[in-house]
Design a protein around this ligand. Structure first.
Ligand SMILES: Cc1cc2nc3c(=O)[nH]c(=O)nc-3n(C[C@H](O)[C@H](O)[C@H](O)COP(=O)(O)OP(=O)(O)OC[C@H]3O[C@@H](n4cnc5c(N)ncnc54)[C@H](O)[C@@H]3O)c2cc1C
Length: 372
């Protein structure tokens, strides 16, 4: 790879771009990751809660993709630890979903039944059984369902580890300036991109991957293909409790509570379609704190640490994985919405397979980007 030429240029160094760079590097394909921020992984991939959840039990393409990605995690965590000495804090603690009334109970128990019938695990618990597992749960809960396979990971550490491992295997990183333009030629009726412009300088490659999260549409618009990936704002509140309140992720009343290995507890997350606004609001924090205290009253005594906001990449039929319509060397990997951390390992693998062999190990047709 010369200074201004790579086999593959990846636009966007979030968890998706870095996972692809790592999987390409393992296949000896040299990539250049370009990110507009001053470091990789500072946007949604930093802000995410890191829950790896795979509740849906059907064999539809999306749940299949989620389960395939979850299954890659233990090996990936070991690989990253060996390559980078970074522990991504993969913990398979499970999720306990609590319900407060018969309507909520019906939905969750139905989900648990369907899972068990299809050979996946889920355990319906009485309120007493739930309190035995998690004594700090409110005395108002009516019961719960345990999903023991769910896990959590420390996503900021994971992006750093993926980037560091990819760099060790030859990937390059260029941060601090956005891709502002594409250099294109038309060959045999198909458009072909030959380069991208960053801060007035052109970088060339054989293949280009757009993994720019909720900014993906701005880039495809420059290629005359309208792809809608909208920002879905998510606010999180971080508190600290000592001793730790919970052993596992708790979810209920539209929020989740994630206990971290360091004693911090994360309350998340709002879902707001308000454009590229990253303001943390009192109302957002209040919703999360009120629901958190209703689930576990002792949370009212915890130390408030901070709030933050991230912009999830939402696509109506996401994720979008495959060639951009009309282009034979531009690939999209975006629109992972609420599950981008979960889906990063399988996305890295499938996109690397698509580029190197043309034969991804899971069909990408259901996720094929289409212009709108
Ligand atoms: C509050 C919240 C909670 C979440 N919780 C979870 C969870 O528990 N589990 C889960 O699986 N997922 C979760 N997610 C979703 C997950 O974080 C995202 O789906 C995932 O991070 C998307 O990764 P990405 O790499 O596509 O996008 P991003 O991380 O946003 O990365 C895109 C990158 O592209 C760069 N970029 C954009 N435009 C340009 C340009 N023109 N030139 C160069 N670079 C550019 C940006 O700087 C950015 O670094 C959560 C998200 C939020 C916000």
């Amino acid at each position: 790879m010369s200074r201004n030429h790579a086999d593959v240029i990846i636009i966007g160094g979030g968890i998706i771009g870095c996972a692809i760079a790592y999987d390409l590097a393992k296949r000896n394909v040299k990539s250049l990751v370009i990110d507009k921020a001053s470091a990789v992984g500072t946007e949604a991939s930093w802000a995410g809660a890191g829950i790896l959840t795979s509740h849906a039990s059907t064999h539809e393409p999306y749940p299949t993709l989620c389960r395939a990605s979850l299954a890659l995690y233990p090996t990936l965590a070991e690989e990253l630890r060996a390559e980078t000495q970074i522990d991504i804090e993969l913990i398979q603690s499970g999720t306990l979903s609590v319900f407060f009334d018969s309507t909520e109970a019906a939905g969750l128990i139905g989900l648990a039944d369907r899972r068990v019938k299809r050979g996946f695990s889920a355990e319906v618990l009485t309120a007493e059984q739930a309190w035995q597992l998690e004594p700090e749960l409110s005395k108002s809960i009516a019961g719960g369902v345990l999903f023991p396979e769910d896990a959590q990971v420390r996503n900021p550490k994971m992006v750093t580890a993926l980037a560091k491992a990819a760099a060790k295997l030859g990937a390059k990183f260029q941060v601090g300036n956005p891709v502002t333009d594409f250099i294109r030629v038309r060959e045999g009726g198909e458009e072909h991109v030959v380069g991208v412009v960053v801060n007035g300088e052109t970088y060339y490659a054989d293949t280009f991957i757009i993994a720019a999260g909720c900014w993906t549409g701005t880039l495809t618009a420059q290629l005359d293909v309208p792809i809608y990936v909208e920002p879905a704002k998510g606010q999180i509140v971080l508190v600290e409790t000592m001793p730790p309140l919970f052993e596992r992720t708790i979810d209920g009343l539209g929020i989740y509570i994630v206990p971290r290995a360091d004693g911090k507890v994360l309350l998340g997350a709002t879902v707001e379609f308000v454009g590229y606004d990253k303001t943390a609001t009192v109302d957002g924090a209040k919703q999360l704190i009120d629901a958190g205290i209703a689930i576990a009253p002792e949370l009212a005594q915890s130390t408030f640490v901070q709030t933050w906001v991230g912009l999830r990449p939402y696509a109506k039929k996401g994720p979008l994985l495959g060639y951009l319509p009309g282009y034979d060397n531009v690939v999209l990997a975006s629109g992972h919405f609420k599950n981008g951390i979960l889906l990063a390992p399988i996305t890295g693998q499938l996109i690397a397979e698509l580029i190197t062999t043309g034969q991804p190990s899971l069909p990408l047709e259901p996720f094929q980007p289409t212009g709108v």
